[in-house]
Design a protein around this ligand. Structure first.
Ligand code: ADP
Ligand code: MG
Length: 242
């Protein structure tokens, strides 16, 4: 699996407010994100971080502009193709969004319900739970798991469709700082191992230090910079491939 490049061209998303005025949650955003990059999306609360992730993941649609992920022009998709695209994006949320009545393993395999899968879905689910450090907890309900463990289940679920793109929205926002560090380390390991393109929205400035690029969002406007983490990450990856 390899990551995909993500391109946004003049993407605008506005919301109509109660008083009739309009608010640009994304304001003519143009970004070129390299394949396999690990990108922090930083900015104050309400600046438009989640909006950006929702637009890229096609949970939401822009009013204007073009979003291209790999060879797919996401903003032209509809119907079955749109559903297929969404199913191939790995989403991770602040609130985990697990189904409480399902076991960890069933939560991980839910995205595959009703979809074709080459292989044994449950075996793949077990493999992924092991990969996030939860071997042996397949039958646990979310109420029996800590916050950090629940986020690990959610990460395994995000990986089940072999995504080339992972979008994480404040993945550590509900965790204490030690657990947050562990989850970030896991995301970093997965990024390195899988080579996916990974976007992490956060208001934790320390996350940016673990990324090779940073998108800074202010009032719906976004700018991309390469960060100091970049060179070491890329050198690390090259050495591995050699
Ligand atoms: N469904 C919506 N209706 C109206 N305004 C919205 C909606 N979703 C988001 N917004 C507004 O868009 C702006 C950006 O929101 P959001 O992307 O959630 O920011 P962030 O994730 O950076 O906190 C905020 O001002 C927010 O209130
Ligand atoms: Mg948000």
């Amino acid at each position: 699996m390899t990551g995909v490049p993500v391109s946004l061209e003049n993407v605008t998303k506005t919301y109509r407010l109660g008083d009739g005025s309009r608010l640009a949650a994304a304001d003519e955003v143009s970004l070129e994100l390299p394949a396999g990059a690990r990108i922090a999306i930083v900015g104050p609360s309400g600046s438009g971080k989640s909006t950006l992730l929702h637009l890229i993941g096609a949970i939401d649609r822009p009013d204007e502009g073009t979003i291209t992920v790999g060879d797919t022009e996401v903003t032209r998709l509809s119907g079955r193709r749109l559903a297929d695209y969404r199913a191939r994006v790995g989403f991770i949320f602040q609130q985990f969004h697990l189904v409480p009545s399902l076991t960890a393993l069933d939560n991980v395999t839910t995205p595959l319900v009703g979809r074709k899968f080459a292989g044994d879905k449950r075996a793949r689910g077990r493999e992924l739970l092991a990969a996030v450090g939860l071997a042996g907890r397949e039958d646990a309900l979310s109420g029996q798991l800590s916050g950090g463990q629940q986020q690990r289940v959610a990460i395994a679920r995000a990986l089940i469709a072999d995504p080339a793109l992972i979008l994480a929205d404040e993945p550590t926002g509900n965790l204490d700082s030690t657990t947050a560090g562990e989850i970030l380390e896991l995301l970093g390991d997965l990024h390195e191992r899988l080579g996916v393109t990974m976007l992490i929205a956060t208001h934790d400035e320390s996350v940016a230090a673990l990324c090779d690029h940073e998108i800074r969002v202010v009032d719906g406007r976004a700018t991309l910079t390469e960060t100091a983490g970049a060179s070491s990450l890329y050198i690390g990856r090259r050495r591995k491939g050699a």
